[in-house]
Design a protein around this ligand. Sequence first.
Ligand SMILES: [Zn+2]
Length: 285
Amino acid sequence: MTPPKEIVYQGFLPYRVFKGSEVDKKSHLKYRPLEFISLASYPPTVIKWAEAEKMSVVKELYQLQETDLEIESSEQALAQIASQLGESQAVVRTRTELKLKQQHLEELGQQQHSAEWEIEDLVNKLTTAEEKLYSGRIKDPKELTNLQHEVNGLRARRNQLEDKALEVMDQVELSTAGVATLSNELKTVEAEWHSQQQQLSTNMEQLKTTLPDLRHKQQLLSVKIDPQTIELYQELKKRKGRAVVKVEQGICCGCRISLPTTELQRARGDSLVQCSSCGRILFLP
Ligand SMILES: [Zn+2]
């Protein structure tokens, strides 16, 4: 299958395809021959970029470095987002705490109910006993005394239970307020978590959109630059972090050394010049 001529060009590199009239036949020799590069598979932003003016090898390297760095930071950001997506510690903690408080409130409610039933039961017993005591039906003094004791005992027990019920009621009130506060807290924490998750998802989508473009750009630049230069770049990158550095006011931004005039002059041309002090590739924007 022969690809469309305006898109691919056998043996040469993308921008030369587009800038066909400017092709320098001799310069091709130093580039790695490629079977085909089909720009059709690249996104429009990358094609536009590839169509742009011819760059010096140092500028290409600098762009490759910028692209590599952008890819690295995007990948790091993606990994960080991935670790932040999902259940939040704060939400889980608040939910657990609320569940415990709700259980406690339920228990208190049960205590309150059983105290109330017990009181009701006692009051019934007491009413019957008091009725019997004051009815005048019982004449035997011993039996009356015993009955009086029973009534007294029941009264004391009732008072005791009523005190306990009041205590439980206070606790129920406190616990209800606590549950309400914590429920609101959970709502706030969940809302915060939800909006944070949404923001993270948006950021993730953005990164996932820009990353393929960056990788395409990286790929295009890597094939445009000759393999030996790429090797030098990779080796410097590994050793120094940044392989290509800008020269500002005659100073190498990699090691802050003032560069000799001859070195500056050579760097001003199209050739690849390494700093005599730190070895980094010098880029004069
Ligand atoms: Zn330097």
